[in-house]
Design a protein around this ligand. Structure first.
Ligand code: NIG
Ligand code: FE
Length: 382
């Protein structure tokens, strides 16, 4: 997860949507039916965005304005706004509308370089609303060329204790088993925070997920340390995501475990939070992935390559580390071993950059460094 092999004057051969040969152009000995000259432009693996909340309705512009006047993200949530307002707006639209609203967001991520995109639920507030969001995510997977990986996110609990317990029971008795049985989700994520679920509650939800054969992930250490990271590492989570408030001892815990540390620099930029300690995590030996966390409230970031560019500036990654974090490590954070690499036998997902130097991918801010995205051997954007 650290090696980056750069081949000068390279060529790839594709057949049936997969890479069948990769090497120096001068070493190619076969015949080819269609030859595409990329004019020495850099080619990199398709990016994997391991963390988005791309299915929502409404907007959070009023929150944004309130925050510029000094009101905190957590206070807005505690007062029934923030994520709650998105939940209300999402409940007011149909499943088809959810798909139409999400489609251009997915297309924006793809043209920014993402060929595999995780999409979470979390803006439905009943098991049925969450199942509808999962169906919308799966419908997106059929409509868009990107590979969509659906995750069920148990996001915010009801405010009264009795309702909270009842919701938790419904999540474990109905929502998770149905999502697993109908193959609507690959993983379950829980938002562990002071204002949301406790580590104890998350353990119950994630144990149920594992019993149902699903992967597990956590949103944790965003604002406070309430045990999410330790729980994730102990339970073998695919990833623990956010980590803006990650302490030095927790960096060591991650470095000693198998769980990927997913950092989301768009959140630090948009909410003004401390940047997750990407540099220290890598130096300690942890595996870091980068995601946009595309969502209406904490990270309205519609570009996966910009997430990598921000991780270099805000989290102290080198360009080389950011590319690995946005490809092979991000694939690992989704439990995928066939994405994020240019290698014979794997799906032919790759990007042709505008530049002949791959580092342009993480350099440009505001201009798209990606000229073409290819998914399973087909060019999807020009
Ligand atoms: O990843 N941290 C919690 N959940 C989302 C935010 C969702 C929202 O603000 O709408 C996140 O930051
Ligand atoms: Fe998130």
């Amino acid at each position: 997860m650290r090696e980056l092999l750069i081949i000068a004057h390279a060529a790839v051969a594709l057949a049936d949507g997969a890479f069948v040969w990769v090497g120096r152009e001068a070493d190619w000995r076969g015949n080819a039916e269609d030859v595409v000259d990329l004019h020495r432009r850099a080619v990199v693996p398709g990016l994997v965005d391991p963390h988005t909340h791309a299915v929502w309705a409404g907007d959070r512009l009023a929150d944004f304005e309130a925050r510029t006047a000094g009101v905190g993200y957590e206070s807005i949530l505690a007062a029934g706004g923030g994520i709650w307002s998105t939940i209300r707006a999402t409940a007011a639209v149909s499943e088809d509308q959810l798909v139409s609203l999400a489609r251009p967001r997915i297309d924006a991520l793809t043209s920014s370089g993402a060929t595999v995109i995780e999409v979470k639920t979390g803006y439905g507030f009943t098991p049925d609303a969450e199942l509808a969001s999962l169906r919308a995510i799966c419908a997106l997977g059929k409509l868009t060329p990107a590979r969509i990986v659906p995750t069920l996110l148990i996001h915010v609990p009801p405010q009264s204790v009795a309702e909270r317990d009842a919701y938790l029971s419904a999540v474990c008795a109905k929502l998770i088993p149905e999502a697993a049985e109908r193959k609507l989700a690959r993983a379950v994520d829980v938002f562990v925070e002071r204002e949301t679920w406790s580590a104890l509650e998350a353990e119950r939800i994630l144990t149920c997920a594992q019993r149902n054969g699903l992967g597990i992930k956590l949103h944790c250490e965003q604002f406070h340390n309430v045990g999410g990271l330790e729980l994730g590492v102990k339970m073998g989570a695919l990833s623990v995501d956010h980590l803006e408030a990650c302490r030095p001892d927790q960096i060591a815990t991650l470095a000693a475990g198998q769980t990927i540390a997913a950092i989301l620099p768009g959140v630090s930029l948009h909410l003004g939070l401390p940047a997750a300690p990407g540099r220290k995590l890598i130096d300690a030996g942890a595996a870091v992935a980068i995601g946009t966390d595309l969502n209406p409230g904490s990270s309205p970031l519609f570009s996966t390559s910009t997430a990598l560019a921000l991780a270099v500036r805000l989290n102290g990654l080198t360009p080389h580390e950011a590319l690995i974090a946005g490809t092979v490590n991000a694939a690992c954070a989704l439990g995928l071993s066939d994405a994020g690499r240019i290698e014979a036998g794997l799906p032919a997902d790759f990007l042709v950059l505008e530049s002949s130097d791959w580092r342009e991918l993480v350099y440009a801010l505001g201009a798209n460094p990606v000229r073409e995205a290819w998914i399973r051997g087909e060019k999807v954007s020009a």
